[in-house]
Design a protein around this ligand. Sequence first.
Ligand SMILES: Nc1ncnc2c1ncn2[C@@H]1O[C@H](COP(=O)(O)OP(=O)(O)OP(=O)(O)O)[C@@H](O)[C@H]1O
Ligand SMILES: [Mg+2]
Length: 396
Amino acid sequence: MVDTIDTIFNKAKQGRVLFQDRNALSPEFIPDHLPFREVQIANVAEVLAPALHGSKPSNLLLYGKTGTGKTAVARLVIGKLQSQDDSKQIMTLYVNSRLAGTEYRTLFKIAEGLPLDEEKKIPLTGLSISEVVGRIFQAIQKNAIHFILVLDEIDYLVNAHDDTLYQFTRAGEQVAPGFLTIVGISNDLRFKEGLDPRVLSSLGEEELVFAPYTTEELRSILAERAKVAFKPGVIPEATINLCAALAGSEHGDARRAVDLLRIAGEVAEREGHQRVDEESIRKASDKVERDRVEEALHSLPFQNKIIIIAASKFSAGTNTGELYLAYTNLARKSSVEVLTQRRVSGILAELDVLGLVEAAVVSKGRRGRTKRIRLLIDNETLARVIGEDARLLDLV
Ligand SMILES: Nc1ncnc2c1ncn2[C@@H]1O[C@H](COP(=O)(O)OP(=O)(O)OP(=O)(O)O)[C@@H](O)[C@H]1O
Ligand SMILES: [Mg+2]
Protein backbone atom coordinates (compact mmCIF):
# COMPACT_ATOMS: atom_id res chain seq x y z
CA MET A 1 0.00 0.00 0.00
CA VAL A 2 2.73 2.43 1.04
CA ASP A 3 4.40 1.54 -2.22
CA THR A 4 1.39 2.62 -4.21
CA ILE A 5 1.24 5.93 -2.40
CA ASP A 6 4.87 6.60 -3.14
CA THR A 7 4.42 5.62 -6.76
CA ILE A 8 1.48 7.99 -7.10
CA PHE A 9 3.35 10.84 -5.45
CA ASN A 10 6.51 10.22 -7.43
CA LYS A 11 4.55 10.21 -10.62
CA ALA A 12 2.89 13.45 -9.56
CA LYS A 13 6.29 15.02 -8.98
CA GLN A 14 7.51 13.93 -12.37
CA GLY A 15 4.24 15.13 -13.85
CA ARG A 16 5.27 18.66 -13.00
CA VAL A 17 7.45 18.46 -16.07
CA LEU A 18 4.28 18.84 -18.14
CA PHE A 19 2.30 21.61 -16.48
CA GLN A 20 3.76 25.00 -15.85
CA ASP A 21 0.53 26.57 -14.57
CA ARG A 22 -2.34 24.12 -14.50
CA ASN A 23 -4.62 26.81 -13.12
CA ALA A 24 -4.48 28.60 -16.48
CA LEU A 25 -6.75 25.88 -17.86
CA SER A 26 -9.15 25.72 -14.92
CA PRO A 27 -12.78 26.65 -15.56
CA GLU A 28 -12.59 29.71 -13.28
CA PHE A 29 -9.54 31.22 -14.90
CA ILE A 30 -10.17 34.32 -17.01
CA PRO A 31 -7.35 34.99 -19.46
CA ASP A 32 -6.70 38.69 -19.85
CA HIS A 33 -6.39 38.29 -23.57
CA LEU A 34 -9.37 36.82 -25.44
CA PRO A 35 -8.56 36.46 -29.11
CA PHE A 36 -11.46 36.78 -31.60
CA ARG A 37 -13.53 38.64 -29.05
CA GLU A 38 -12.04 42.10 -29.61
CA VAL A 39 -15.30 43.35 -31.13
CA GLN A 40 -17.46 42.06 -28.30
CA ILE A 41 -15.05 43.37 -25.67
CA ALA A 42 -15.03 46.79 -27.28
CA ASN A 43 -18.82 46.78 -27.53
CA VAL A 44 -19.39 45.86 -23.91
CA ALA A 45 -16.79 48.43 -22.85
CA GLU A 46 -18.47 51.13 -24.93
CA VAL A 47 -21.88 50.39 -23.49
CA LEU A 48 -20.57 50.47 -19.91
CA ALA A 49 -18.13 53.37 -20.33
CA PRO A 50 -20.64 56.13 -19.40
CA ALA A 51 -20.45 54.80 -15.83
CA LEU A 52 -16.98 56.32 -15.63
CA HIS A 53 -18.43 59.81 -15.87
CA GLY A 54 -21.33 59.06 -13.60
CA SER A 55 -24.07 58.30 -16.15
CA LYS A 56 -26.14 55.17 -16.15
CA PRO A 57 -25.13 52.79 -18.94
CA SER A 58 -27.85 51.00 -20.94
CA ASN A 59 -28.83 47.52 -19.92
CA LEU A 60 -27.14 44.94 -22.05
CA LEU A 61 -27.92 41.43 -23.15
CA LEU A 62 -25.21 39.01 -24.23
CA TYR A 63 -26.20 35.79 -25.81
CA GLY A 64 -24.80 32.96 -27.87
CA LYS A 65 -24.12 29.26 -27.60
CA THR A 66 -22.22 27.65 -24.79
CA GLY A 67 -18.46 28.17 -24.66
CA THR A 68 -18.41 31.24 -26.89
CA GLY A 69 -16.74 33.48 -24.33
CA LYS A 70 -19.70 35.42 -22.93
CA THR A 71 -18.81 34.98 -19.28
CA ALA A 72 -15.12 35.56 -19.90
CA VAL A 73 -15.78 38.78 -21.85
CA ALA A 74 -18.23 40.15 -19.27
CA ARG A 75 -15.94 39.42 -16.33
CA LEU A 76 -12.91 40.81 -18.08
CA VAL A 77 -14.63 44.09 -18.91
CA ILE A 78 -16.22 44.69 -15.49
CA GLY A 79 -12.88 43.92 -13.87
CA LYS A 80 -11.18 46.59 -15.97
CA LEU A 81 -14.03 49.04 -15.43
CA GLN A 82 -13.77 48.62 -11.69
CA SER A 83 -10.04 49.21 -11.74
CA GLN A 84 -10.43 52.38 -13.86
CA ASP A 85 -13.03 53.90 -11.57
CA ASP A 86 -11.43 56.83 -9.76
CA SER A 87 -14.73 58.08 -8.38
CA LYS A 88 -15.13 54.93 -6.27
CA GLN A 89 -18.86 55.17 -6.94
CA ILE A 90 -19.00 52.26 -9.32
CA MET A 91 -19.69 48.82 -8.00
CA THR A 92 -19.61 45.78 -10.25
CA LEU A 93 -20.92 42.38 -9.26
CA TYR A 94 -21.11 39.05 -11.02
CA VAL A 95 -23.80 36.54 -10.06
CA ASN A 96 -24.67 33.27 -11.80
CA SER A 97 -28.37 32.53 -11.40
CA ARG A 98 -28.05 28.84 -12.22
CA LEU A 99 -25.31 28.30 -9.66
CA ALA A 100 -27.18 30.35 -7.09
CA GLY A 101 -30.03 27.88 -7.55
CA THR A 102 -33.17 29.82 -6.78
CA GLU A 103 -34.39 33.32 -7.33
CA TYR A 104 -34.14 34.01 -3.60
CA ARG A 105 -30.56 32.81 -3.48
CA THR A 106 -29.66 34.91 -6.50
CA LEU A 107 -31.04 37.95 -4.71
CA PHE A 108 -29.26 36.87 -1.54
CA LYS A 109 -25.96 36.84 -3.43
CA ILE A 110 -26.63 40.28 -4.85
CA ALA A 111 -27.48 41.65 -1.41
CA GLU A 112 -24.35 40.06 0.01
CA GLY A 113 -22.28 42.21 -2.31
CA LEU A 114 -23.97 45.43 -1.19
CA PRO A 115 -23.46 47.51 1.95
CA LEU A 116 -26.82 46.76 3.59
CA ASP A 117 -27.48 48.20 7.04
CA GLU A 118 -27.08 45.65 9.80
CA GLU A 119 -30.81 45.43 10.51
CA LYS A 120 -31.56 45.18 6.78
CA LYS A 121 -29.29 42.21 6.13
CA ILE A 122 -30.97 39.40 4.22
CA PRO A 123 -31.49 36.11 6.06
CA LEU A 124 -30.89 32.87 4.14
CA THR A 125 -34.63 32.27 3.96
CA GLY A 126 -37.85 33.80 5.08
CA LEU A 127 -38.35 37.18 3.41
CA SER A 128 -40.63 37.78 0.47
CA ILE A 129 -38.96 38.40 -2.87
CA SER A 130 -40.32 41.93 -3.02
CA GLU A 131 -38.94 42.70 0.45
CA VAL A 132 -35.47 41.54 -0.63
CA VAL A 133 -35.65 43.56 -3.86
CA GLY A 134 -36.75 46.56 -1.79
CA ARG A 135 -33.77 46.27 0.53
CA ILE A 136 -31.38 45.91 -2.41
CA PHE A 137 -32.80 49.07 -3.99
CA GLN A 138 -32.59 50.90 -0.71
CA ALA A 139 -28.91 50.07 -0.31
CA ILE A 140 -28.15 51.27 -3.84
CA GLN A 141 -30.04 54.49 -3.26
CA LYS A 142 -28.75 55.25 0.21
CA ASN A 143 -25.12 54.79 -0.81
CA ALA A 144 -25.63 56.34 -4.26
CA ILE A 145 -24.02 53.27 -5.80
CA HIS A 146 -23.41 53.18 -9.52
CA PHE A 147 -24.20 49.52 -9.72
CA ILE A 148 -23.35 47.29 -12.66
CA LEU A 149 -24.77 43.86 -12.12
CA VAL A 150 -23.86 40.95 -14.37
CA LEU A 151 -26.54 38.30 -14.20
CA ASP A 152 -25.13 35.21 -15.84
CA GLU A 153 -27.38 32.38 -17.01
CA ILE A 154 -30.19 34.83 -16.52
CA ASP A 155 -32.69 32.43 -18.12
CA TYR A 156 -32.83 30.57 -14.81
CA LEU A 157 -34.14 33.72 -13.23
CA VAL A 158 -36.61 34.36 -16.00
CA ASN A 159 -38.16 30.95 -15.80
CA ALA A 160 -38.68 31.39 -12.11
CA HIS A 161 -40.27 34.79 -12.14
CA ASP A 162 -40.43 37.66 -14.58
CA ASP A 163 -41.22 40.30 -12.06
CA THR A 164 -37.83 40.65 -10.41
CA LEU A 165 -36.13 41.20 -13.74
CA TYR A 166 -38.77 43.72 -14.67
CA GLN A 167 -38.11 45.66 -11.49
CA PHE A 168 -34.35 45.40 -11.93
CA THR A 169 -34.37 46.71 -15.45
CA ARG A 170 -36.66 49.59 -14.49
CA ALA A 171 -35.22 50.48 -11.10
CA GLY A 172 -34.73 54.13 -12.20
CA GLU A 173 -36.09 56.62 -9.71
CA GLN A 174 -36.23 54.10 -6.92
CA VAL A 175 -32.47 53.89 -6.66
CA ALA A 176 -31.53 57.51 -7.59
CA PRO A 177 -29.05 59.10 -7.06
CA GLY A 178 -27.54 55.64 -7.57
CA PHE A 179 -28.34 53.55 -10.61
CA LEU A 180 -28.64 49.93 -11.60
CA THR A 181 -27.47 48.58 -14.94
CA ILE A 182 -28.05 44.94 -15.80
CA VAL A 183 -25.76 42.93 -18.03
CA GLY A 184 -27.72 39.75 -18.73
CA ILE A 185 -26.09 36.65 -20.19
CA SER A 186 -27.81 33.63 -21.69
CA ASN A 187 -26.86 30.65 -23.82
CA ASP A 188 -30.46 29.70 -24.38
CA LEU A 189 -31.13 31.14 -27.79
CA ARG A 190 -34.88 30.82 -27.37
CA PHE A 191 -34.85 32.55 -24.03
CA LYS A 192 -35.95 35.86 -25.51
CA GLU A 193 -39.15 34.27 -26.80
CA GLY A 194 -40.26 33.40 -23.29
CA LEU A 195 -39.50 36.84 -21.94
CA ASP A 196 -42.15 39.36 -20.99
CA PRO A 197 -41.97 41.93 -23.83
CA ARG A 198 -41.60 44.74 -21.30
CA VAL A 199 -38.59 43.03 -19.77
CA LEU A 200 -37.13 42.27 -23.18
CA SER A 201 -37.39 45.86 -24.31
CA SER A 202 -35.56 47.19 -21.27
CA LEU A 203 -33.09 44.36 -20.80
CA GLY A 204 -32.23 44.27 -24.48
CA GLU A 205 -31.58 48.01 -24.83
CA GLU A 206 -28.30 46.82 -26.21
CA GLU A 207 -27.70 43.31 -27.51
CA LEU A 208 -24.64 41.42 -28.46
CA VAL A 209 -24.47 38.02 -30.10
CA PHE A 210 -21.53 35.66 -29.65
CA ALA A 211 -20.99 33.35 -32.61
CA PRO A 212 -19.42 29.91 -32.15
CA TYR A 213 -15.69 29.78 -32.76
CA THR A 214 -14.43 28.16 -35.92
CA THR A 215 -12.04 25.23 -35.61
CA GLU A 216 -9.25 27.50 -36.78
CA GLU A 217 -10.06 30.03 -34.06
CA LEU A 218 -10.17 27.31 -31.43
CA ARG A 219 -6.80 26.13 -32.60
CA SER A 220 -5.26 29.49 -32.05
CA ILE A 221 -7.05 30.05 -28.70
CA LEU A 222 -5.75 26.69 -27.50
CA ALA A 223 -2.23 27.33 -28.71
CA GLU A 224 -2.14 30.56 -26.74
CA ARG A 225 -3.54 29.04 -23.57
CA ALA A 226 -1.31 26.00 -23.84
CA LYS A 227 1.72 28.30 -23.89
CA VAL A 228 0.82 29.56 -20.43
CA ALA A 229 -0.34 26.25 -18.99
CA PHE A 230 2.33 23.83 -20.19
CA LYS A 231 6.09 23.83 -20.23
CA PRO A 232 7.67 24.53 -23.62
CA GLY A 233 7.77 21.60 -26.03
CA VAL A 234 5.22 19.56 -24.13
CA ILE A 235 2.37 20.08 -26.57
CA PRO A 236 3.01 19.16 -30.18
CA GLU A 237 1.06 21.10 -32.78
CA ALA A 238 -0.79 17.94 -33.84
CA THR A 239 -2.22 17.67 -30.33
CA ILE A 240 -3.61 21.19 -30.47
CA ASN A 241 -5.03 20.54 -33.92
CA LEU A 242 -6.83 17.39 -32.83
CA CYS A 243 -8.15 19.07 -29.72
CA ALA A 244 -9.54 21.98 -31.75
CA ALA A 245 -11.02 19.63 -34.33
CA LEU A 246 -12.80 17.56 -31.69
CA ALA A 247 -14.17 20.61 -29.87
CA GLY A 248 -15.07 22.34 -33.10
CA SER A 249 -16.89 19.42 -34.63
CA GLU A 250 -20.11 19.87 -32.66
CA HIS A 251 -20.14 23.62 -32.32
CA GLY A 252 -17.21 25.90 -31.63
CA ASP A 253 -17.18 25.51 -27.88
CA ALA A 254 -14.03 26.91 -26.26
CA ARG A 255 -14.92 25.44 -22.88
CA ARG A 256 -14.91 21.95 -24.32
CA ALA A 257 -11.62 22.65 -26.04
CA VAL A 258 -9.95 23.98 -22.89
CA ASP A 259 -11.38 21.13 -20.77
CA LEU A 260 -10.09 18.56 -23.24
CA LEU A 261 -6.63 20.06 -23.15
CA ARG A 262 -6.52 20.15 -19.35
CA ILE A 263 -7.76 16.59 -18.96
CA ALA A 264 -5.40 15.34 -21.65
CA GLY A 265 -2.56 16.97 -19.74
CA GLU A 266 -3.67 15.22 -16.57
CA VAL A 267 -3.95 11.89 -18.38
CA ALA A 268 -0.48 12.25 -19.89
CA GLU A 269 0.89 13.27 -16.50
CA ARG A 270 -0.69 10.31 -14.74
CA GLU A 271 0.72 7.93 -17.30
CA GLY A 272 4.16 9.44 -16.96
CA HIS A 273 4.42 10.69 -20.54
CA GLN A 274 6.84 13.41 -21.49
CA ARG A 275 4.41 15.05 -23.89
CA VAL A 276 0.67 15.42 -24.33
CA ASP A 277 0.11 13.43 -27.47
CA GLU A 278 -2.95 12.75 -29.62
CA GLU A 279 -3.61 9.55 -27.71
CA SER A 280 -4.05 11.58 -24.49
CA ILE A 281 -6.52 13.86 -26.25
CA ARG A 282 -8.56 10.86 -27.39
CA LYS A 283 -8.60 9.44 -23.88
CA ALA A 284 -9.63 12.82 -22.52
CA SER A 285 -12.38 13.05 -25.08
CA ASP A 286 -13.73 9.65 -24.04
CA LYS A 287 -13.64 10.72 -20.43
CA VAL A 288 -15.46 13.99 -21.11
CA GLU A 289 -18.12 12.08 -23.02
CA ARG A 290 -18.53 9.51 -20.22
CA ASP A 291 -18.82 12.31 -17.65
CA ARG A 292 -21.43 14.05 -19.77
CA VAL A 293 -23.49 10.87 -20.08
CA GLU A 294 -23.19 10.15 -16.38
CA GLU A 295 -24.26 13.64 -15.45
CA ALA A 296 -27.24 13.52 -17.80
CA LEU A 297 -28.18 10.12 -16.44
CA HIS A 298 -27.97 11.28 -12.85
CA SER A 299 -30.38 14.12 -13.26
CA LEU A 300 -33.09 12.08 -14.99
CA PRO A 301 -36.48 11.59 -13.29
CA PHE A 302 -37.09 8.11 -11.86
CA GLN A 303 -39.48 7.06 -14.64
CA ASN A 304 -36.88 7.91 -17.28
CA LYS A 305 -34.32 5.83 -15.44
CA ILE A 306 -36.69 2.87 -15.45
CA ILE A 307 -37.07 3.24 -19.21
CA ILE A 308 -33.28 3.26 -19.53
CA ILE A 309 -33.04 0.07 -17.50
CA ALA A 310 -35.73 -1.50 -19.65
CA ALA A 311 -33.72 -0.59 -22.75
CA SER A 312 -30.55 -2.02 -21.22
CA LYS A 313 -32.15 -5.48 -21.26
CA PHE A 314 -31.83 -5.50 -25.07
CA SER A 315 -28.15 -5.22 -25.86
CA ALA A 316 -28.80 -5.45 -29.59
CA GLY A 317 -31.61 -2.89 -29.53
CA THR A 318 -35.34 -3.44 -29.66
CA ASN A 319 -38.58 -1.96 -30.95
CA THR A 320 -40.96 0.32 -29.07
CA GLY A 321 -43.51 -2.41 -28.40
CA GLU A 322 -41.04 -4.77 -26.78
CA LEU A 323 -39.45 -2.00 -24.84
CA TYR A 324 -42.80 -0.81 -23.55
CA LEU A 325 -43.57 -4.30 -22.29
CA ALA A 326 -40.27 -4.49 -20.45
CA TYR A 327 -40.88 -1.03 -19.03
CA THR A 328 -44.36 -1.98 -17.76
CA ASN A 329 -42.93 -4.95 -15.88
CA LEU A 330 -40.29 -2.81 -14.22
CA ALA A 331 -42.70 -0.03 -13.36
CA ARG A 332 -45.08 -2.52 -11.68
CA LYS A 333 -42.18 -4.11 -9.85
CA SER A 334 -41.13 -0.78 -8.41
CA SER A 335 -44.73 0.25 -7.70
CA VAL A 336 -44.67 3.49 -9.64
CA GLU A 337 -47.43 4.65 -11.94
CA VAL A 338 -47.28 2.83 -15.28
CA LEU A 339 -47.08 5.49 -17.97
CA THR A 340 -48.93 5.13 -21.26
CA GLN A 341 -47.04 3.98 -24.34
CA ARG A 342 -47.49 7.41 -25.82
CA ARG A 343 -45.85 9.04 -22.81
CA VAL A 344 -43.00 6.53 -22.89
CA SER A 345 -42.44 7.30 -26.58
CA GLY A 346 -42.27 10.97 -25.64
CA ILE A 347 -39.64 10.25 -22.99
CA LEU A 348 -37.66 8.14 -25.48
CA ALA A 349 -37.57 11.10 -27.82
CA GLU A 350 -36.17 13.25 -24.98
CA LEU A 351 -33.55 10.62 -24.19
CA ASP A 352 -32.65 10.59 -27.86
CA VAL A 353 -32.04 14.34 -27.78
CA LEU A 354 -29.80 13.88 -24.73
CA GLY A 355 -27.82 11.29 -26.67
CA LEU A 356 -28.61 8.54 -24.16
CA VAL A 357 -30.60 6.35 -26.53
CA GLU A 358 -30.83 6.15 -30.27
CA ALA A 359 -34.38 5.98 -31.56
CA ALA A 360 -34.32 5.42 -35.29
CA VAL A 361 -37.43 5.01 -37.40
CA VAL A 362 -37.31 1.78 -39.40
CA SER A 363 -39.70 0.48 -42.00
CA LYS A 364 -41.42 -2.84 -41.40
CA GLY A 365 -42.44 -3.14 -45.02
CA ARG A 366 -46.19 -3.42 -45.45
CA ARG A 367 -46.71 -3.46 -41.71
CA GLY A 368 -45.78 0.19 -41.45
CA ARG A 369 -43.02 1.81 -39.46
CA THR A 370 -41.65 1.34 -35.98
CA LYS A 371 -38.79 2.72 -33.96
CA ARG A 372 -35.62 0.83 -33.28
CA ILE A 373 -34.39 1.73 -29.81
CA ARG A 374 -30.80 1.27 -28.76
CA LEU A 375 -29.14 2.33 -25.53
CA LEU A 376 -26.03 4.47 -26.00
CA ILE A 377 -24.70 4.12 -22.46
CA ASP A 378 -21.85 1.77 -21.65
CA ASN A 379 -22.50 -0.86 -18.99
CA GLU A 380 -19.95 0.53 -16.57
CA THR A 381 -21.49 3.99 -16.47
CA LEU A 382 -24.96 2.56 -16.20
CA ALA A 383 -23.97 0.26 -13.35
CA ARG A 384 -22.41 3.19 -11.48
CA VAL A 385 -25.54 5.29 -11.67
CA ILE A 386 -27.85 2.39 -10.82
CA GLY A 387 -25.61 1.45 -7.91
CA GLU A 388 -26.33 4.79 -6.28
CA ASP A 389 -30.09 4.30 -6.12
CA ALA A 390 -31.47 1.42 -4.05
CA ARG A 391 -34.83 1.56 -5.83
CA LEU A 392 -33.08 0.95 -9.14
CA LEU A 393 -30.84 -1.79 -7.78
CA ASP A 394 -33.98 -3.80 -7.01
CA LEU A 395 -34.85 -3.79 -10.68
CA VAL A 396 -31.69 -5.30 -12.08
N1 LIG B 1 -11.43 34.02 -27.01
C1 LIG B 1 -11.02 33.21 -26.03
N2 LIG B 1 -9.72 33.08 -25.74
C2 LIG B 1 -9.29 32.26 -24.76
N3 LIG B 1 -10.11 31.53 -23.99
C3 LIG B 1 -11.44 31.62 -24.23
C4 LIG B 1 -11.96 32.47 -25.25
N4 LIG B 1 -13.31 32.34 -25.25
C5 LIG B 1 -13.60 31.47 -24.29
N5 LIG B 1 -12.49 31.03 -23.67
C6 LIG B 1 -12.44 30.07 -22.59
O1 LIG B 1 -13.39 29.07 -22.83
C7 LIG B 1 -14.13 28.72 -21.68
C8 LIG B 1 -15.58 29.03 -21.88
O2 LIG B 1 -15.79 30.43 -22.01
P1 LIG B 1 -16.99 31.17 -21.29
O3 LIG B 1 -17.17 30.59 -19.92
O4 LIG B 1 -16.80 32.61 -21.38
O5 LIG B 1 -18.19 30.68 -22.22
P2 LIG B 1 -19.72 31.10 -22.16
O6 LIG B 1 -20.06 31.72 -23.46
O7 LIG B 1 -19.98 31.89 -20.92
O8 LIG B 1 -20.41 29.67 -22.07
P3 LIG B 1 -21.75 29.24 -21.27
O9 LIG B 1 -22.89 29.82 -22.04
O10 LIG B 1 -21.73 27.76 -21.33
O11 LIG B 1 -21.62 29.78 -19.90
C9 LIG B 1 -13.48 29.51 -20.55
O12 LIG B 1 -12.52 28.69 -19.95
C10 LIG B 1 -12.83 30.67 -21.26
O13 LIG B 1 -11.72 31.12 -20.52
MG1 LIG C 1 -20.94 31.41 -19.15
